[in-house]
Design a protein around this ligand. Structure first.
Ligand code: AHR
Length: 522
């Protein structure tokens, strides 16, 4: 995590930077910094943290509200413009952003989903009750083939969440064979008859979801036993080795992770999935400044939880080989019942506050790039902190939310190497910063979560300098500003002035803003 420096310490360190090839984590002591409009940041382009895996910008789609039905999937006969049933506008926006990985079909839904219900002729598919999300009748018209079709349209890596809660090892084993076995087995022949002679090559497989809660209400040792029972039958087919993701803790619960790891007896997963939502006390478009501060302050805890979970895993033999996955994250505000009735369950607006929250999260993922394997925001469309919103199952409108735009600002970091930063004030509502580099460029992301202070930021590039730079900013003075169907482009990234002078970079960060600066270094 970034350190908090007093102003005097910061100036002293900036002066001696050239003498420091590597900066140890605790070089400077923590101290509270007075609220100030000027902020300094040290960037260490030579101190690499790790690769910013594109999967840190991953997504999640559940059979919940209007995420799938009426959101991403409108059906082939819909009057809403579509590409083989997928909402055209959504596909276009998401292709533009890039979706590295997409997790499906849940969430809680996954542990009551039986994949065979979603294959074959749509009219013949069984109708089931979605017991988790409102008891509506799920007609299964969107199933495995439709999901893989969406991933192909988006160029996204599919990630299927298997059913442990009400399913069986055999059911999951068969789903993997159905998806990945090249040809000749009854399941592969069935896949071909359903339109896909080519295997799907699905690599990521979740083994249950929230097994401590909606996915079975288990104790960690009970889940570890079940995990082993399932994992032993999850096999490589056609050269696609499954990457198994075990159900991890809620938030910072290290007791769950230890209890699970202690009882595995060798069946170690490739990934462990933690979930961390940052709850909000108000409706999304009606936040008080105080409640916004409370929510945004929680990101310090998210970062601590990631560090703690990594630490727990690293404590086990071969534990460093288990990828830590933040499988569900984002703001979960109070949801107005009228919005849910109109647009679907957990339909939530995204405001500049949500974009700031997204920026705080994405900055954390850069800073902790060596500890994380994948992060999937909840959810991609029409549910919780979504990237896209449509106006109900029959509505033609589809807007890019402020969260979409925050993600687009972080896109230049993908596949770069995250580098070390030190912020003068890393208290929960201090300026949040991260940086990454490639051969020719250094990318900085800055987030000002304060609703009451504009910041003039000066960044010093330690042992490096930039030739030119450009910046884009997402900002609104109004804490509750959002992109509506009437005003879809109210909050969008705009070019923003940045002064580059050798190793000094200066940028103004108005209250509630997210900015990315791209510096040419070669
Ligand atoms: O994203 C909504 C729900 O939140 C998911 O179904 C579940 O995994 C979590 O509790």
């Amino acid at each position: 995590m970034a350190l908090t420096l007093s102003r005097r310490q910061f100036v002293r360190n900036a002066a001696t930077l050239s003498l420091l090839p590597l900066v140890p984590r605790n070089l400077w002591t923590q101290s509270a910094s007075a609220s100030s409009s000027a902020q300094r940041v040290l960037i260490h382009p030579d101190v690499e943290i790790g690769l910013v895996r594109p999967e840190l910008h991953g997504h999640f789609a559940e059979h919940l509200g209007s995420c799938i039905y009426g959101g991403l999937w409108v059906g082939k006969n819909s009057s809403i413009p579509n590409i083989n049933g997928y909402r055209k506008q959504a596909v276009e926006y998401l292709r533009e952003l890039g979706v590295p990985v997409l997790r499906w079909p849940g969430g809680c839904f996954a542990d009551d989903y039986h994949w065979r219900d979603g294959i074959g002729a749509p009219a013949q598919r069984p109708k089931r009750v979605n017991i988790h999300w409102g008891g509506y009748v799920e007609d299964n018209s969107f199933g495995t083939h439709e999901f893989i079709g969406l991933c192909r349209l988006l160029n996204a890596e599919p990630y299927l969440a298997g059913n442990v809660g009400s399913g069986s090892p055999r059911e999951l084993r068969d789903w993997i064979e159905y998806c990945n076995f090249p040809s000749g087995s009854t399941l592969a022949v069935e896949r071909a008859a359903n339109g896909s002679p080519e295997p799907f090559h699905v690599r990521y497989w979740g083994v249950g979801n929230e097994s401590w809660g909606c996915g079975g209400d288990m104790k960690p040792e009970e889940y570890a036993t079940l995990y082993r029972d399932f994992a032993v039958y999850c096999r490589e087919f056609g050269g696609t080795k499954p990457f198994l993701v075990a159900s991890g803790p809620s938030g910072a619960d290290v007791r769950w992770s230890r209890g699970f790891m202690d009882n595995l007896r060798g069946a170690q997963p490739q990934g462990l999935s933690m979930h961390y939502y940052t709850g909000g006390r108000d409706h999304a478009t009606d936040f008080t400044p105080e409640h916004a501060n409370d929510q945004l302050s929680l990101y310090t805890r998210v970062e601590q939880a990631i560090v703690q979970q990594r630490h727990v895993l690293d404590g086990y033999r071969d534990g460093q080989n288990v990828g830590l996955i933040l499988d569900e994250w984002g703001v979960w505000d109070r949801i107005p019942p009228d919005d849910e009735k109109r647009y679907g369950k957990l339909w939530q607006q995204s405001t500049i506050r949500s974009a700031v929250a997204a920026g705080l999260g994405l900055n954390i993922f850069n800073r902790q790039a060596d500890k994380l394997y994948m992060c999937n925001i909840a959810q991609i469309m029409n549910v919780l902190q979504s990237l896209l919103l449509s106006d109900g199952p029959t509505g033609e409108h589809c807007v890019r939310t402020t969260t979409y735009h925050a993600f687009s600002l972080f896109k230049p970091h993908r596949s770069q190497r995250a580098v070390r930063i030190e912020a003068e004030n890393s208290s929960p509502l201090g300026l949040s910063v991260s940086a990454s580099k490639s051969d020719k460029q250094l990318v900085l992301s800055l987030v000002n979560p304060r609703g009451d202070a504009d910041l003039q930021v000066e960044c010093t590039l330690a042992g490096s300098s930039a030739k030119t730079g450009s910046a884009q900013i997402l900002h609104d003075q109004d804490l509750n500003a959002y992109n509506s169907f009437e005003q879809p482009d109210r909050v969008v990234p705009r070019p923003h002035p940045v002064q580059v002078n050798g190793s000094k970079v200066q940028i103004d960060m108005p209250r509630l803003s997210v900015a990315t600066v791209i510096l040419q270094t070669a």
